[in-house]
Ligand binder design. Structure first.
Ligand SMILES: Nc1ncnc2c1ncn2[C@@H]1O[C@H](COP(=O)(O)OP(=O)(O)OP(=O)(O)O)[C@@H](O)[C@H]1O
Length: 240
């Protein structure tokens, strides 16, 4: 696949299988897609179709069995474990369904965590954390612990933590899956704002068609393959 300067992510003929006992489970099958810089992409599909597996490959949490994942020009599948871990910290923001916040730490300390892996002074960290909490509109709750916050607020802390290293790419696995519809709508509006105002590229796995409708584009996975994609009311086949 020929890279374009506007591609943030290129997934090129990626296959992924897992060994389960003596059985080989083929989860992704020769899958290719591109995500341009600044796109908000939704991935949908039935349970077990391979959405989280694909997201993990794009985020460098796992490696393909064959094929290549390139993010902002870096083919990540060949990086050593140590280099890949540092690459993830600098380049990817992670948002999870159940927030994954540490309950004993304040919102401020939770957001600061990814920065502790980078060579930064305390003053630089403070500036970044305050900026991220400001973006998600939680500056007034920075000293609260997760248990003192609503689900929607906890997810906003999760998004601040994803933003704090200023990554180009944010991956979100069911970010609204644990929220009521009002809180979900606020989180989706925030993701749209990150894309529009900060030009973040976002790849979001979701089961919720309302959440997918807020993305620029939705791709559907079935049994490890992409099927027709939907742009608004129009459906196109074959081009991902
Ligand atoms: N580490 C692993 N070892 C073995 N099998 C795995 C592993 N990770 C995923 N799988 C299998 O790969 C398939 C796809 O899983 P994946 O989590 O990507 O699906 P999904 O589309 O995200 O599903 P859901 O919507 O239920 O979260 C499943 O059959 C799962 O059991």
């Amino acid at each position: 696949m020929v890279a374009s300067p506007t591609d943030c992510v290129i997934v090129d003929h990626v296959a992924k299988s897992f060994r389960r006992g003596s059985e080989e489970v083929h989860v992704l099958d020769e899958l290719s897609l591109r995500v341009p810089e600044g796109e908000f992409l939704a991935l949908m599909g039935p349970s077990g179709s391979g959405k989280t597996t694909l997201l993990n490959l794009i985020a460098g949490l796992d490696r393909p069995t064959s094929g290549e994942v390139t993010v902002r020009g870096e083919p990540i599948s060949r990086l050593s474990e140590g280099k890949l871990a540092l690459w993830r910290t600098r380049n990817i923001g992670f948002v999870f369904q159940f927030y994954h916040l540490l309950p004993v730490l304040s919102a401020y300390r939770n957001v600061e965590l990814p920065l502790l892996l980078l060579p930064m002074t305390a003053a630089q960290r403070r500036q970044q954390v305050e900026m991220a909490l400001n973006i998600v509109n939680l500056s007034d709750r920075m000293h609260h612990r997760p248990g003192q916050l609503s689900g929607g607020q906890q997810q906003r802390v999760g998004i601040a933590r994803a933003l704090v290293t200023d990554p180009a790419l944010i991956v979100a696995d069911e970010p609204t899956g644990d929220l009521d519809s009002k809180a979900a709508e606020e989180i989706l509006a925030l993701l749209v704002a990150l894309k529009s105002s900060l030009n973040k590229t976002i790849v979001m796995v979701t089961h919720d068609p309302k959440a997918a409708a807020r993305a620029d584009r939705t791709l559907h996975l079935e049994k490890g393959k992409l099927v027709d994609e939907v742009y608004g009311a129009h459906t196109f086949s074959g081009v991902h």
